[in-house]
Design a binder for this molecule. Structure first.
Ligand code: 7PM
Length: 358
């Protein structure tokens, strides 16, 4: 018997309403995304996928609540206020600064130099306005060879220990390895960031659950070493959304509630330029998963492709452009190298959107 494909629905909020438009009116015809009064939309693109067929229609905000079945639950997930993550409320965008702990080619194989450099960098990012600091021992870059777990911990452990008593910012551990998660949690980190969405290490679902920490589930297609070899999707935005939903369900099955999860489309991880652009353009569709959204676009190669800027460290302005595009769709966490530039741009963008300074 042929398998009957199920119909799946998706909601993409469109038509951002300016803050001044009938704010506080008794029955605003607006979709309020993630409980945010500053994030109201005039309509939603309702997407229906049935096997290979994808139907799209635009439904105005005032008639959307009357829609039946699966859409009602989806609308509820889209609009429900998000729980704070690691004690951070998410009524406005938060900045996660990237702290790479990489082997120090200068210091005679000693650990002091690389620890010191990473700690100094993290303190600077906090001073520039980072709400979170994402500490990684470089095992997860596209094309990278896996790093031995003990070596990974020798890199990140001392940095976590040094930062923990010295910063207000929340600490995030960027790892695919359960043992590193366990040790980082014991050392006091507040968040787990896993580019494999807890699928790389068979122990990571149980370990992440045991830590009780929030987890960033990033979408990735294939292994970091091979993922850029011709990725193919039926519809990249819907496929990524479905894959994230599957990982959320795996987490829920392991005892990690949805309220503790953050979703991330994984820009550059098994995606072409066209895939990356489609994902950023429709980022707001991921709100239907009922979790905060994180975007990591900082300095990535798609920005070089678009702007012609070949040196990654010089892609600051393009990266800020991507950050603003994400925040305009309600992304709650932006993972960046250039905290100062991002903070300044978001401060001005938010004030200009609100129409008020504070
Ligand atoms: C080379 C290529 C070096 C790519 C580093 C990278 C993400 C992440 C990374 C992301 C989350 C980078 C990437 N990207 N974690 N880790 N989301 N959650 O730019 O997009 O740091 S590695």
């Amino acid at each position: 018997m042929a398998e009957v494909p199920t119909t799946r629905h998706y909601l993409r909020p469109i038509g951002a309403l300016p803050a001044s438009a009938a704010a506080g009116a008794a029955s605003p015809a607006a979709i309020i995304v993630a409980g945010r009064a500053d994030l109201r939309f005039a309509a939603a693109e309702v997407i229906e996928r049935h096997g290979e067929r994808v139907g799209r229609r635009i439904v105005a905000a005032d008639v959307l609540p009357g829609q039946a079945g699966e859409l009602a639950g989806l609308l509820e997930d889209l609009c429900r206020p998000r729980e704070p993550i690691a004690g951070l409320t998410l009524e406005r965008a938060r900045i996660m600064g990237i702290v790479n702990v990489t082997p120090d080619s200068f210091a005679d194989g000693g650990r002091y130099g690389e620890t010191h450099a990473a700690v100094a960098h993290a303190l600077q990012l906090e001073a520039e306005g980072a709400d979170l600091l994402d500490i990684g021992g470089e095992s997860t870059r596209p094309g990278a060879e896996p790093v031995d777990v003990e070596e990974e911990w020798r890199r990140v452990g001392p940095v976590i220990e040094a930062l923990r008593p010295r910063v207000q910012a929340r600490l995030s551990i960027d790892t695919r390895n359960a043992e590193v998660m366990r040790r980082a949690a014991r050392a006091g980190v507040h968040l787990i960031n896993d580019v494999s969405a807890l699928s790389h290490d068979p122990a990571s679902l149980a370990v992440a659950a045991e830590t009780g920490l929030p987890v960033v589930l990033m979408h990735s297609r294939g292994d970091p070493r091979t993922m850029q070899q011709k990725p193919v999707y039926a519809d990249v935005v819907l496929d990524v959304c479905d894959a994230l939903e599957a990982r959320i369900e795996a987490c829920e099955g392991a005892g990690i509630p949805r309220s503790r999860l953050i979703v991330d489309p994984g820009i550059g991880f098994g995606k072409t330029l066209a895939h990356n652009m489609a994902l950023i353009a429709s980022l707001g569709l991921l709100h239907g998963l009922g979790c905060p959204i994180l975007l990591g676009a900082s300095r990535k190669s798609f920005i070089g492709r678009l702007t012609g800027v070949k040196v990654a460290g010089e892609r600051v302005m393009g990266s800020v452009g991507a950050a603003v595009a994400a925040v305009a769709q309600g992304a709650q966490i932006i993972r960046v190298h250039d905290v100062k530039a991002t903070r300044e741009a978001l401060t001005v963008w938010e004030a200009a959107t609100r129409g008020a300074a504070a």
